[in-house]
Design a binder for this molecule. Sequence first.
Ligand SMILES: Nc1ncnc2c1ncn2[C@@H]1O[C@H](COP(=O)(O)OP(=O)(O)OP(=O)(O)O)[C@@H](O)[C@H]1O
Ligand SMILES: [Mg+2]
Length: 456
Amino acid sequence: MTAKVLIVDDEAKLAKMLARMLESEQCDVIRAPGGKAAVERLAHERFDVVVTDLKMPEVDGLEVLRAAKRNAPSTDVVVMTAFASVETAIEAMREGASDYLTKPFSYDEFRLRIRRLVGFHELAGRARALEARLGGGPHLQGIVGRSARMHEVLEQVTQVAATDATVLLLGPSGTGKTMLARAIHFHSQRADGPLGEVHCAALPETLLESELFGHEKGAFTGAVEPKIGHVEAAAKGTLFLDEIGEIAPAVQVKLLRFLQDREFMRVGGTQRRKVDVRIIAATNRDLDAAVKEGTFREDFYYRLNVFPIRVPALAERAEDVPELAMHTMRRRGDDPARLTPAVMELLARYAWPGNIRELENVIERAAIVAGSRPICVEHLPRALVEGAPAATPDTLLRPGFSLDELERDVIHQALARARGNKTEAAKLLGITRRRLYSRLKSIDASDNDDGDDASE
Ligand SMILES: Nc1ncnc2c1ncn2[C@@H]1O[C@H](COP(=O)(O)OP(=O)(O)OP(=O)(O)O)[C@@H](O)[C@H]1O
Ligand SMILES: [Mg+2]
């Protein structure tokens, strides 16, 4: 596998030198003369490594970085900057850049840095190939799916990834449809080809057609140049049509034709064009109902519905909640052990109308509010705590349960609700003020000597 590298610099001379050097390292190098050209290219093409200057007129390196990360989060971005503006480089690192080089740098230094990154990509590629060869079951990296329902989904994902079939992902918002669409692409034969993503709901009907199929020069006012669309840009790769349930019937017809024979015409064009692209679509709409209602064409629905995958709401796979919570902690570089058993218990019993996205938001927020302390019930949103069904000994007594921690969480929550007023809090707890003081004292003591209980 050769690494694909994009070099972005408005100084043609430097870019040319860097490109030549990387070519001698067996990299596949493409140059973009500036930020604008780079962002356009990154919208529909995947690179392993992007090397960009930070300071460029019009579109700067930070925007190039964002565009690269948006379309292919695994892309490594290296920024180059003058020594004087090293702060911007650090900002770029914070936004996800992998490395930075301050100008002037030696070619050896450049070569070493890039080699290191390319090495990572080769390793990842080999791991992917190995996994595919071993066919190691439905285990997909970074996707949590312990529950039987998710197991089934992941099995379908691995099965369909090996084919070129059109996939339709169905399920409520925040359940992982976008994530699964990407997993299908990256586990398919097309993994090294482009993955295009179009948010169909975000574009008005007239724009959507030209975004998808491109347009010829003069097709409409403002079309001064011919432009290729997402369909053509995704050639030899995959095109993910998100929120397909929202597109207008006129565009449905055009897409139907495309699904039938992979042929299309650019807007304002007369030439039939053919392109080899795999389609994955997703929606949170009930398409059966939309067909009955007459807002979704039945023939289009059948063309799309070749291999439907129903992604269950989180409430239907509550067993996955603890692992998802820990996964979210790890992903933010945090220690999952900070989640106390009482919090885990509440998370597992909540209904999660916003699904995994809501779970991620709750954890993020709680981790921030808790600072460096353990994450307790008082750090969770009130609606979540109050919305959970009452705890019973039956639901509480599971591995990891601690009566002390439960007591501490309940007391903290009572204090939070009473805004620190101890008389109020004692009333909420159904105990005397004196007893509350004594419990607080023993909680403090056990906090201070790390659970070594001296006061009981
Ligand atoms: N099984 C899973 N394991 C780990 N993370 C997950 C899983 N499912 C979803 N996520 C995470 O949850 C968040 C929401 O997922 P995603 O954006 O794919 O949902 P969606 O169904 O596409 O939502 P929408 O309909 O709003 O577009 C993402 O951050 C994703 O990484
Ligand atoms: Mg999505």
